[in-house]
Design a binder for this molecule. Structure first.
Ligand SMILES: [Zn+2]
Length: 300
């Protein structure tokens, strides 16, 4: 696995390092697990789709472990990611070789300055406000903190971007033209109360940092794509605007339930309850390998 020289040192701020990017010109997809639970079949299908998509075009695969949330990160979940990928014979070109390499060189903790740059830019453009709402308060009414003009430097406050029903337009390779409305009189968190960059902001900064060009994700994440595109636009980076998107149908459980951490997590590694051949065969059926040519399925 070739080392990626900039990620480890956080030198790729403001995208400058991309000029030296060793995979410039390649298609780059990513598999981005969160180590807050064991991987479930839904994760695996998504990984395989991204993997095949890149490989079909001679592209590169990035393994990005989304470990910004240190509270929920557990060593057994990190370990499971590497073991499952090895079990499935899935390789990757950019990313950590194992748990130690992750901690030393690839953890999102090393890219906090990158996320802080984006947060600072949003702040300088007066696009964020501070919010003191508790989870309980937010359960009963929306956040009205924007009117309070709380000091952004106060510790323990979240930073939010207000939304006003903005229309986000983008193209999905299967769905076609997508017109997504951000919520009216709403807001979303870009910096959590503990000062950690929220998922959307970190994910966007990372995709830009590593030069990801194509993103396949579950269709339940379509609103996430819209929000990330919105942040991208606000930052005037328009990085994601150049990316290819593929929102695939969700992989459902036997009862038609969504396989997620709550519904699909058996509390142990997938390796212990599904045969690899069975998992790969059901992926191939789901992806349509039995009906169509791979070239057709993964066409750009
Ligand atoms: Zn609030």
């Amino acid at each position: 696995m070739e080392p990626y020289p900039f990620a480890a040192h956080g030198k790729n701020q403001k995208g400058i390092g991309k000029l030296f990017y060793p995979y410039f010109g390649f298609m780059i997809t990513r598999i981005a697990p969160t180590p807050s639970g064991f991987l479930h079949p839904g994760n695996i299908f998504n990984f395989l789709l991204n993997w095949h998509w890149a490989r079909q075009h001679g592209g590169k695969v990035l393994l990005r472990i989304d470990d910004a949330d240190v509270e929920r990160k557990r060593p057994e979940y990190v370990d499971d990611i590497f073991r499952v990928l090895e079990w499935l014979d899935m390789d990757w070109d950019i990313g950590p070789t194992g748990p130690d390499d992750l901690d030393q060189n690839w953890s999102q903790q090393h890219r906090r300055s990158l996320y802080d740059d984006s947060l600072l830019e949003l702040r300088n453009k007066s696009l964020v406000y501070a919010c003191s709402c508790t989870r309980t308060q937010l359960a009963s009414e929306p956040c009205h903190c924007q009117d309070k003009k709380l000091d952004l430097d106060t510790a323990g406050l979240a930073w939010r971007i207000p939304t006003r029903g903005e229309i986000i337009l983008f193209t999905d390779r299967v769905i076609g033209e997508v017109k997504h409305y951000l919520p009216l009189q709403h807001s979303f968190v870009v910096r959590r109360k503990d000062g950690i960059a929220a998922y959307h902001l970190a994910s966007l900064a990372d995709d830009r940092h590593f030069g990801v060009t194509h993103i396949a994700r579950g269709e339940d994440l379509l609103p996430s794509t819209a929000m990330q595109l919105h942040i991208d636009d606000l930052l005037d980076q328009h990085y994601l605007r150049g990316c290819g998107f593929w929102h695939h149908p969700l992989i459902l459980g036997d009862q038609g339930n969504k396989l997620s951490k709550s519904a699909g997590d058996m509390g142990r590694s997938i390796r212990t309850y599904i045969k690899k051949e069975q998992l790969l065969a059901s992926f191939e059926r789901w992806a349509g390998f039995d009906k169509k040519d791979r070239k057709e399925i993964f066409a750009l």
